[in-house]
Ligand binder design. Structure first.
Ligand SMILES: C[S@@+](CC[C@H](N)C(=O)[O-])C[C@H]1O[C@@H](n2cnc3c(N)ncnc32)[C@H](O)[C@@H]1O
Length: 327
């Protein structure tokens, strides 16, 4: 679907706000004086540059907000000129654009919106949220899609009707939450019976010890702007070394992993600036998260059984498990 490319940060919340309800009493919300007001109880929710907010501004995912606003465009297919995010969504989920068109889809933890862009382009009716200020980066890039409703909200407390979505999509998120089992199980409340899902999670046990696992207990305590400045300075210097090591026959990948910088040889990024931007972004993404809890296949199997999910497949792809099926 081709839609006009014009960002709409600062828009007033659109008509789809009527799909939201009050977190306290589930009453209907209406827009009044730049905020959402509950028609039943005294609760109000701010609308920040056009995006309704249902979480405190200061929360455990502040580093993600910083990261995605610094790298609003880096991973968007429309920016880097390669279908990296599109291929990942479609091959991991097995969904097609034709089947998604017109269907309601919930995207959880959308970050800067690399996958929001792909999902909106299919013509699905997308509701996308993130707990962090990353929603503003997403709005600046994807706010022009008329089929997108964006919220700043947490998986643990959503102003959305349960069992209402045809599709559920969540990539790169659940390992970064304080209680991964609770997160996983909560997500499925919003999917209708018979609805399809695709969720990924860092896989455990990890296949090798990486400098990020050793350093993150320290680096996650550094304020985001300071940590980012450190990464921005060091990553471009380490990048040539890591790339050179990675091309050593046989031992290359193992040697490259000793250098604490993210590289993306397998993606075929086109120019030096793009290679550098992805590297700085992903190196920061290794070191900043408050929570990072990879999960075993056995645990994922148990959770899907507990939920009575059907046609479940759990597939390992590099360091991730992709879990998909039907509710
Ligand atoms: C590694 S980023 C992935 C973003 C995006 N899905 C992607 O793959 O580019 C993880 C995202 O999860 C969000 N997140 C963490 N906990 C969350 C929660 N409880 N509710 C909603 N979003 C959450 C973070 O703010 C962050 O933007």
């Amino acid at each position: 679907m081709s839609l006009p490319k014009q960002a709409r940060p600062g828009i007033a919340p659109g008509p789809r706000c009527s799909e939201l309800h009050c977190l306290r009493c589930r009453g209907t919300l209406r827009v009044a004086d730049g905020e959402l007001t509950c028609e039943v109880c005294p609760a109000t929710y701010p609308v920040d540059k056009g995006i309704p907010r249902f979480v405190p501004e200061d929360n455990y995912a502040k580093g993600f907000g910083y990261q995605w606003n610094r790298h609003r465009l880096t991973q968007l297919d429309s920016h880097c000129g390669l279908p990296i995010s599109r291929d990942r969504v479609m091959s991991a989920s097995g969904w097609t654009a034709a089947e998604l068109r017109g269907k309601s889809l919930l995207e959880c933890g959308s970050g800067a919106g690399r996958f929001t862009e792909v999902l909106c382009e299919t013509g699905a009716v997308v509701t996308s949220f993130d707990i962090s200020s990353a929603v503003h980066a997403n709005a600046a890039s994807n706010g022009h899609f008329p089929n997108l409703l964006l919220l700043q909200a947490s998986i643990y407390d959503l102003p959305l009707p349960e069992e209402s979505f045809d599709y559920l999509f969540c990539f790169g998120v659940i390992q970064h939450t304080p209680d991964v089992e609770r997160t996983f199980k909560t997500l499925f409340r919003y999917l209708r019976p018979g609805g399809r899902f695709c969720v990924d999670v860092y896989a455990a046990p990890i296949s090798y010890l990486h400098p990020r696992q050793l350093l993150r207990p320290l680096t996650k305590r550094v304020p985001p702007a300071r940590l980012y400045a450190m990464v921005e300075k060091t990553a471009p210097k380490l990048l040539p070394l890591s790339l050179a090591l990675s091309s050593v026959p046989v031992a290359g990948p193992g040697l490259a992993r000793l250098v604490p910088v993210a590289i993306h040889r397998h993606l075929g990024l086109r120019d030096r600036q793009t290679v550098r931007d992805w590297s700085v972004l992903d190196t920061f993404d290794w070191f900043a998260p408050r929570y990072e809890r990879p999960q075993t296949r056995r645990r994922l199997e148990r959770w899907t059984r507990d939920l009575g999910l059907k046609q479940v497949s759990i597939h390992r792809n590099r360091g991730l498990y992709v879990v998909r099926g039907v509710k």
